[in-house]
Structures are given as structure tokens and as C-alpha cells.
Design a protein. Structure first.
Length: 84
């Protein structure tokens, strides 16, 4: 068998590889969804309930903490007082 044009040495191009990888992932994702849809959708209410405390813990970082409740830097204690 003669290989005059080098067909046997040439591998698939990068574009072909990523196309086949994407196709394989799409097929696997579809099959996983079809087989486990009931389990995933059944866990959805519990995941929403779990998200509430997690959001409370991780999204309170912008407040600057809960220390020093006695004085707030943005408030003026002398309400109605005139600058003289």
C-alpha cells in the first residue's frame, strides 16, 4: 500500500477535534438529562431553600460587618442644629 500524498500521517485538524468533542458532550448531556430529569427536578425546591442561607452568608460582605452599631459615620447626630 503506497501513501503518496501522506494521508495516513495527517491527523484531524483542531476545528474537527473541537467539533467532535462538542458533539460528544451534547449527546452525553442529553442522555444524562433524559435519564436523571426526575431526580434533578425533584431536588430543585430543596436547592432553592438551601440558596437562601447561602446568599445571606455570602452577600452580606458589602455591609462592612456587623461591628460598631453605636455610631454610623454617614449620619449627623445634631439634627436641626445650625452651623454657626
Amino acid at each position: 500500500m503506497s501513501d503518496d500524498k501522506g494521508w495516513l500521517e495527517r491527523g484531524p485538524s483542531k476545528g474537527t477535534f473541537w467539533l467532535m468533542a462538542a458533539l460528544a458532550l451534547a449527546v452525553m448531556g442529553f442522555l444524562l438529562w433524559e435519564e436523571h430529569r426526575v431526580h434533578l427536578l425533584g431536588a430543585l425546591p430543596w436547592l432553592i431553600l438551601l440558596a437562601c442561607p447561602l446568599m445571606h452568608v455570602f452577600m452580606h460582605g458589602g455591609h462592612g460587618g456587623h461591628g460598631g452599631h453605636g455610631s454610623h459615620s454617614g449620619h449627623d447626630d445634631r439634627k436641626g442644629a445650625r452651623d454657626e
